[in-house]
Design a protein around this ligand. Sequence first.
Ligand SMILES: [Mg+2]
Length: 241
Amino acid sequence: MDKLSQPLPRLDAGQTLLFDADDTLWENNIYFEKAITSFISYLDHRVYTPEEVRGHLNQVEHATITAQGYGLKSFRQSLITCFEQLTASPISDEKHRRIVSFAESIADQEIELLSGVRETLPELASRQRCIMVTKGDIHEQTDKLARSGLRGLFAAVEVLPEKHEDAYRSLSAHHACDAATTWMIGNSPKSDINPALAAGLHAVFIPHDFTWVLEHEVVNQPRPGQRLLELGAFSELRSIF
Ligand SMILES: [Mg+2]
C-alpha cells in the first residue's frame, strides 16, 4: 500500500470519489462504544468479566445484523437479547427502558465532522464527482447527512444494506463509474477497501482509531493497475484529488 511518503501530482479533475460516511466523514462508533460501556456497567455481571460480556455482545450483534440489518433498532435489539441471554431472569419494564435508553442516547448525538472534512470536502467536490456510499438504515443515514450540512456536495447518495463486492459493482454500473477513475474512500477494510478493490476500483484507506470491531479485517493488496493509498488524515485528500 502506498503511504504517500512523497507528494504525488494531483490527479485530473473528473474522478469519481465514493465516500463512506460513518467514521470517515463524521464520528459514529465512539457513541456506540459509550453506550456499550454504559450497558456493561449497568448489567454488572457477577460471573462474566466486562470483556466477556463484550465478546458475547459482538456475537449477538453479528446475528442480529444478519437478520435485521444495521442501525439503531438492530443495536437496541442486540442489547436486549444480550441482557436476556446473560441474566436468567425475565427482563422487567424498568430494565427494558434503561437498556433502550443506552441505544437512544446515540440518536441524540450532534453530528461531529471529523477533522478536515468541512474544509476539504467542498474543494474536492469542486473538481471531482462525489457520491456518498454508506450502509445502514436509510432514514438514520439520510437524517445524519441532512444534519451534517454536507448533502449539497454529493452528486448522489447510496444507503446500502451491505457493502460487498456485488454492491460496488452494481452501484458502479448504475452511476456509470469508470473503474480507472473511481476511488472508494473509507475507514473500514471490510466494507470500504477490500470489496471496492475486489470490484476493480481504486481505494483510499483512512484508518480511524475507533473503528468498530466488526469492521476489522486485513487490508488486501491491490491488483496490477489498481491503486491503494493509506492516509493519516482526511485533509490529505486535497493534494491527491
Ligand atoms: Mg465507516
